[in-house]
Design a protein around this ligand. Structure first.
Ligand code: G6P
Ligand code: MG
Length: 221
C-alpha cells in the first residue's frame, strides 16, 4: 500500500492553471508574442522564470531583454496573477479533492505539496486546506525545477516516506516527467495526448477517489 501522496497544485487541486495561462497570455500579448493553449502545455509545471524564458525564446526576444527587464516582466506577470487569485476560497477546490484529502488522512497516508508555485502556501490558506498537508516543499529550495525530479524527491523526504511508496498527482507534461524520474508512481489529470498513454490518467479530479488510487497502486508492476 502507498504511504504518501505528493500533490501538484495548479490544475490538480484548483483551476489556477487557467489563471497562470491568462496572466502569461496578457504579458506575451503586451510584448507582441502570440501564445496559445498548445504552447501553454509546455509552460505548465514550469517555474515562473523558466516560463518567461520559454515565452521570450518563442517570440525570439531573448536577446532584447535585459536582466532588469526580465525581473520586471516576471514581477508584472505575478502581480496580475495575484489579483486573479485574490478572492479564492473553499469553493475553488476542484471536485473530489477534499474527499480525497479526508480519506487519505483517515487512512494515515502522508500528504505533501510538490508545486513549483511560490504562491502555493497562500493558495492552500485561501482554500482552507493547509491543515491537510504534512509538508509543503519550498520550490526555491530545490536546485532543478520540473521536469527534473528534485521537487518530488524533496516532497517524499519531507514526509519521511521512500519515493517508491508514494503516488504523485500531476496535470503537466513536465510534472509527469519529474514524477517518473523520481521513482514515484504517477497519476495524470488530463489527456493522453498531452501526458502520454503509459500512465494512469483521469480526465477530471472527481475521479481521484481513494479507491481509484488504491486500484492504480495495486496494478503497479
Ligand atoms: C506551477 C504552474 C506554473 C507556474 C509555476 C510557478 O508549476 O503550473 O504555471 O508558472 O507553478 O508559479 P508561481 O506562482 O511561483 O509564479
Ligand atoms: Mg499543475
Amino acid at each position: 500500500m502507498f504511504k504518501g501522496v505528493l500533490f501538484d497544485l495548479d490544475g490538480v487541486i484548483t483551476d489556477t492553471a487557467e489563471y497562470h495561462y491568462k496572466a502569461w497570455k496578457k504579458l506575451a500579448d503586451d510584448l507582441g508574442i502570440t501564445i496559445d493553449r498548445k504552447f501553454n502545455e509546455s509552460l505548465k509545471g514550469v517555474s515562473r522564470e523558466d516560463s518567461l524564458r520559454l515565452i521570450l525564446e518563442y517570440g525570439e526576444m531573448t536577446d532584447q531583454i535585459t536582466d532588469a527587464q526580465f525581473q520586471a516582466l516576471a514581477t508584472e506577470k505575478n502581480d496580475n496573477y495575484v489579483v486573479m487569485i485574490e478572492e479564492f476560497s473553499e469553493a475553488d477546490v476542484f471536485p473530489g479533492i477534499l474527499p480525497l484529502l479526508k480519506a487519505l488522512k483517515q487512512h494515515k497516508i502522508k500528504i505533501a505539496l510538490a508545486s513549483a508555485s511560490k504562491n502555493g502556501p497562500i493558495l492552500l490558506e485561501k482554500m482552507h486546506i493547509s491543515d491537510y498537508f504534512d509538508a509543503i516543499v519550498n520550490p526555491a529550495s530545490v536546485p532543478n525545477g520540473k521536469p527534473a525530479p528534485d521537487i518530488f524527491i524533496a516532497a517524499a523526504e519531507s514526509i519521511n516516506v521512500p519515493v517508491t511508496d508514494c503516488i504523485g498527482i500531476e496535470d503537466s507534461k513536465a510534472g509527469i516527467a519529474a514524477i517518473k524520474a523520481s521513482g514515484v508512481l504517477p497519476i495524470g489529470v488530463g489527456q493522453a495526448a498531452d501526458l502520454g498513454s503509459d500512465i494512469a490518467l483521469v480526465d477530471a479530479t472527481d475521479k481521484l477517489t481513494f479507491d481509484y488510487l488504491t486500484t492504480v497502486w495495486a496494478s503497479k508492476q
